[in-house]
Design a protein around this ligand. Structure first.
Ligand SMILES: Nc1ncnc2c1ncn2[C@@H]1O[C@H](COP(=O)(O)OP(=O)(O)OP(=O)(O)O)[C@@H](O)[C@H]1O
Length: 418
């Protein structure tokens, strides 16, 4: 295969046999995404696909406008539609790069919806994979952190495709040079105060030792496969040892203790994230603390969840303190996961935790088979300080309370986790 054929094949492998009618391409003007644009445009011409290009101006560097002008000129020459979105939304808090990236995906998503696109190409390369892997290594990551990016990922209905994860940045630069296509070199790529830039430079020293971008990207891909296997194994283990009951997770403690440590850890992480609705897993040290508590049969808490023991069972459930001040109206979602429905037209009603006061009014609560702590954090409907109904167990007329998406989401999320 000649050099161009390998790059064309990388694009075709992701778009055939059924190319989309319209294809989005996200282009910053840098070498990776300019090559992506040129190759996607070539593919589109052959397969009669309409190309729509988006560039996001983050307004962070004075030269960025010139880089986008380069993209605009390329698109104008080829008759491709090009749209520039501007972002100026950083509120100064948190990490600027992270905020810019999150904003970029939001803007691209919105644009794709407006144009009626279902697929958008991104230009991440094997070098990006290698740098990320090394940066994560430096933070002591495990299999998940070292795993490669997905070549295909759905975000709010739009499929993002990264055809160049096995292609190096140098190969793309060579392509651009061969075809006399201009690209912009982002000056921040020389700023070694960025961890990624420093790692990029360090990698040039490591390449002669065999740690090339392609090799490291291969390691990341292996890690991804291992992660998928571990998730699958955790899913099977969860089916074997865990049940979901009223939004809490009940685990058979003998079977749980017999699981390999990593599978047990993943199961705990999944239970905590499913219950607290968080996007980020609990810290490794926190989970290790829970694993120690499990060995000793000691009650503990982690990220808004409580872990307690009763007979043969370990229970993981929402901690009352985490929901004490969460209130909503009937008809909405409470604590990000309970859909409480009924009597929506009565403005005097609100949903809050059952709490000690509510539980005191439910003398038969032990019949439900849940630990007291799990009962306390269940949703209840209140009128002022008066308990109207605890709808998870009380099927009073017109009331219901269900986990949004169903309790099966606990198991399903183990297989779909990216
Ligand atoms: N300003 C931009 N406008 C449009 N697309 C962009 C822009 N910046 C990046 N992209 C797209 O994202 C790809 C990856 O770029 P880059 O590696 O700089 O992203 P990142 O900030 O590391 O984000 P990610 O989390 O996706 O890795 C580019 O090849 C391009 O397709």
């Amino acid at each position: 295969m000649d050099d161009d054929a390998a790059l064309n094949a990388a694009i075709a492998a992701h778009l055939l046999p059924e190319p989309p009618e319209k294809l989005g391409v996200a282009v910053s003007g840098g070498g990776d995404s300019m090559a992506l644009l040129a190759l996607a445009a070539g593919f589109a011409q052959t397969h009669e696909v309409q190309v729509h290009v988006i560039s996001v101006d983050h307004g962070l560097r004075s030269g960025a406008r010139d880089e986008l002008a380069l993209v605009a000129a390329f698109c104008a020459e080829r008759g491709l539609s090009h749209h520039i979105e501007s972002w100026s939304g950083w509120d100064g808090s948190g990490n600027l790069q992270g905020a810019a990236r999150a904003a970029r995906y939001k803007l691209i998503n919105r644009w794709a919806e407006t144009v009626g696109l279902r697929m958008v190409l991104l230009g991440h390369t094997a070098d990006d994979q290698a740098e990320t892997l090394m940066m994560r290594l430096a933070r002591g990551a495990g299999v998940d952190g070292l795993s490669a990016m997905a070549p295909r990922r759905m975000r709010e209905g739009i499929t993002y495709v990264r055809p160049f994860l096995d292609i190096t940045r140098a190969e793309l630069r060579d392509y651009l040079t061969r075809h006399d296509i201009a690209w912009a070199d982002d000056p921040s790529n020389d700023d070694t105060s960025f961890a990624r830039v420093a790692m990029r430079q360090a990698l040039t020293q490591l390449e002669p030792l065999g740690l090339s971008a392609r090799t490291l990207a291969g390691v990341a891909r292996n890690m991804r496969q291992s992660r998928e296997a571990l998730n699958w194994q955790t899913h099977s283990a969860a089916r074997e040892v865990a049940q979901v009951q009223a939004g809490a997770v009940r685990v058979d403690i003998q079977k749980f203790r017999a699981l390999p440590e990593e599978i047990a850890r993943r199961l705990l992480v999944q239970a905590v994230m499913w219950i607290n609705g968080g996007n980020y897993p609990p810290r490794r040290s926190g989970v290790a603390g829970v694993q120690a508590a499990v060995r000793e049969g000691r009650t503990t808490t982690l990220d808004g969840c409580q872990i307690s023991f009763a007979g043969e069972a370990m229970w993981i459930y929402r901690e009352l303190n985490a929901v004490r001040d969460i209130f909503s109206k009937p008809g909405g979602v409470w604590d990000n996961r309970w859909r409480v429905e009924g009597h929506e037209n009565n403005p005097r009603l609100h949903v809050g935790p059952l709490g000690e006061d509510g539980l005191a009014l439910c003398p038969d609560w032990r019949e439900h088979g849940l630990p007291r702590g799990a009962m306390l954090s269940l949703p209840a409907v209140w009128e002022g300080g008066d308990l109207v109904v605890a709808p998870v167990f009380d099927d009073a007329a017109g009331w219901s309370a269900e986990i949004a998406g169903g309790q099966e989401t606990f198991f399903a999320a183990l297989l779909s986790r990216q």
